[in-house]
Structures are given as C-alpha cells and as structure tokens.
Design a binder for this molecule. Structure first.
Ligand code: NAD
Ligand code: LMR
Length: 339
C-alpha cells in the first residue's frame, strides 16, 4: 500500500490527480477514534490511500488538530474532522467503510476481556449511530475485545433492523501480519512472499495460525511450530509489556487496519480475488462468529472460505479455543440484549 502510494507520489501532481479521480470511484471512509494511538497513524495511512475520496475523522477529543494536520497531505481525499457527539451523524453519513479503533487499550497484566466494561458501551453507542446514519457501510471493528465487540455490533444492528452479516468484520489482520513476520524470520524466507492464514478469534489461544498451510513451505520442527504459534498468540501482550503501561500496539495495528480497509475498498470496487482473514459471522464451525479467510466483494463478504486441512496440532488448538470464543461471543450478545 505505502509503496504504491510513494511510487505514485513521485509522478507529477497533476497526473496523480487525473489518474486517481478517473480510475477509482468516490469512496468515503470514516474513522471513529481517529485521534487515538491507532487512530492517528491509521488516519495518515488512509489519507495515503488513493481509493479514498473523503476521509471523516471522528473522536471525542483531539480531532481538530489531527484532521488539520492530515488534511495538508497532497493526496486525493478531502479530510474533515468531527469533534463532538452532535457531529457523529455528519461524520458517518455517506460512508462506505467505518473503521472503529475507539476505546481503551490494555495495560500490563490485563486481558482483552478486562476492556469489556468500558469498550462494550462505546462500541454499542457508535454502532447505534452507524445503524442510523450509514446502515449500508462496511464496519471494520478494531476495538477490543474483538471476540465480543463484533457480536455487540451485530446485536445492535439486528435490534435496529439493519444487520447485514456481509458487512461486519472483526479486524484480525494484525495476527496475520505477526504470523507472517515471525514465520519469515524462523523459516528464513522473504517476508514479502509469505502467507499464513490465522483463524479463530482475536485473544490468546483463540488466535490460531495455520502454520501447516504457510507458504513458502519450510521444514520447521514441531518445537518451532509451537513457539511460532505461541508468539503469534501472545503478540499483543509482547507489545503491551514492552510499552509498560503506555498502551498496546498502535503502529503495527494502524498498518494492519489500513491493509484490511484497502482490501475492503478493492472488494467494493469490484477487484477480483480479494481474500483476507477476518472475524465474521460464519458457519465453518458451530460457533456463530469465527475468523477465517474471507473473499471480499461489492457487498462485503462474498464468501467465507473453509479452514482447509489442519495438522493434528492445529486440530487440537481449534478444539481448545472453542469454549473461550463461545463465551466471549455470548457475553457480547447478552450485553446488548440485557441493556
Ligand atoms: P487510545 O486510547 O490511544 O485511543 C482510543 C481513542 O478512542 C481515543 O482518542 C479516545 O478519545 C477515543 N474514544 C473513546 N471513546 C470514544 C467514543 N465514544 N467515540 C469516539 N472516540 C472515542 O487507544 P488505542 O491504542 O488507539 O486502541 C484502541 C482500541 O483498539 C483498544 O480497544 C485496543 O485494545 C484495540 N486494539 C485492537 C487491535 C486489534 O488487533 N483488533 C490491535 C491493537 C489495539
Ligand atoms: C493486539 O493484538 O495487539 C491488540 O489486540 C491489543 C492488545 O491488547 O493486545
């Protein structure tokens, strides 16, 4: 994404404008929580994306500065900042994609589920506004715990009569980004060539990288596979501990969020064979939501792809994650139904 933007920005600015506005349809992207640790670099990356024509940056604090700053970048999209709750409707209206990194991050010693108390309410009220102002938008949910916030969003949309399961995504791209990086390091292959599907959910053991399907193939020992699996599952905690109280992954998450939103935009625009892993409504297991490879198209999810062949170790991991994932999903559903 960044490489293609930078390559394009070396061309004369007039031809950049002509190319981007003629080649790509108008697309509005809204970021809710745009002034936060993820929100700021994500706003920057979305401003660099030539598929975006309007970028709406919403946060309850600090938006004007971020919006003014990002708006000076000489790329296609027009940027507007929205600072107060009264402006949320205007921020959302006409959006094709809404990305949600609003909410509190972890500190050392916390689980993602410890964020539920605060973030569930934030996500619920933002989704109520989405249901009202842009019910057809694709929603990219970043706020944790993703295993519960996605079911919360689904329940809110159902209660408002606007739920379309093809349009709701839990963003698990950071797990894939990590799995690719760690695998490339261990297998000593070029990271740019690596693919690793990651399935399940987005917390601890619910994150299950399918290293048996990783490409390019490498002869890794069982111990290597176990270590890579554990490092991917604990990737978020590794960053939380390194930041020592100053939050969780922001820069790598912004990158991952931008990659996923770019894939959604390409799908909306009709590009063929756009496949990413995401936590979506699913029938690939008995659980109602599950992360797996998903084909993206003009209406969001075009096809939830199956898991493919699993090794014995992965099969055990799959069985082991189900109880936790089920209870996180049910917690999200119960939160909306009881409120
Ligand atoms: P942060 O505290 O730096 O930023 C959060 C932003 O949300 C703040 O600017 C805050 O003002 C804003 N906010 C709070 N309530 C809001 C509301 N009602 N409406 C709009 N904005 C609101 O946190 P961060 O580091 O950016 O992380 C944000 C969330 O993303 C956390 O829940 C974190 O756990 C999660 N996260 C998810 C992944 C993932 O892989 N899905 C990765 C990293 C972080
Ligand atoms: C991550 O995976 O980095 C995020 O979910 C943030 C966290 O709390 O670990």
């Amino acid at each position: 994404l960044l490489t293609s933007v930078l390559r394009r920005s070396t061309a004369a600015s007039t031809s950049v404008r002509a190319f981007t506005s003629e080649a790509a349809p108008e697309r509005k992207v809204a970021i809710l929580g745009a002034a936060g640790g993820i929100g700021q670099p994500l706003s920057l990356l979305m401003k660099l994306n030539p598929l975006v024509s309007r970028l709406a940056l919403y946060d309850i604090a600090g938006t004007p500065g971020v919006a003014a700053d990002v708006s000076h970048i000489n790329t296609r999209s027009e940027v507007k900042g929205y600072a107060a709750e009264e402006q949320l409707g205007e921020a959302l209206e006409g959006s094709d994609i809404v990305i949600i990194p609003a909410g509190v991050p972890r500190k050392p010693g916390m689980t993602r589920d410890d964020l539920f108390k605060i973030n569930a309410g934030i996500v619920k009220s933002l989704c109520e506004a989405i249901a009202k102002y842009c019910p057809n938008a694709l929603v990219n949910m970043i706020s944790n715990p993703v295993n519960s916030t996605v079911p919360i969003a689904a329940e809110v949309f159902k209660s408002k009569g606007v739920y379309d399961e093809r349009k709701l995504f839990g963003v698990t791209t950071l797990d894939v980004v990590r799995a690719k990086t760690f695998y490339a390091g261990k297998a000593k292959v070029n990271v740019a060539d690596v693919n690793v599907p990651v399935i399940g959910g987005h917390a601890g053991i619910t994150i299950l990288p399918l290293l048996s399907q990783a490409t390019p193939k490498a002869n890794l020992s069982d111990e290597d596979i176990k270590a890579l699996t554990k490092r991917t599952q604990d990737g978020g905690t590794e960053v939380v501990e390194a930041k020592a109280g100053k939050g969780s992954a922001t820069l790598s998450m912004a990158y991952a969020g931008a990659v996923f939103a770019d894939a959604c935009l390409k799908g909306l625009n009709g590009a063929p064979d756009v496949v990413e892993c995401s936590f979506v409504q699913s029938t690939v297991t008995e659980l109602p939501f599950f992360a797996s490879k998903v084909r993206l198209g003009k209406n969001g999810v075009e096809e939830v792809l199956g898991l493919g062949p699993l090794s014995d170790y992965e099969q055990q991991g799959l069985e082991a994650l189900k109880a936790e994932l089920k209870s996180s999903i049910e917690k999200g559903v119960a939160f909306v139904r009881s409120s």
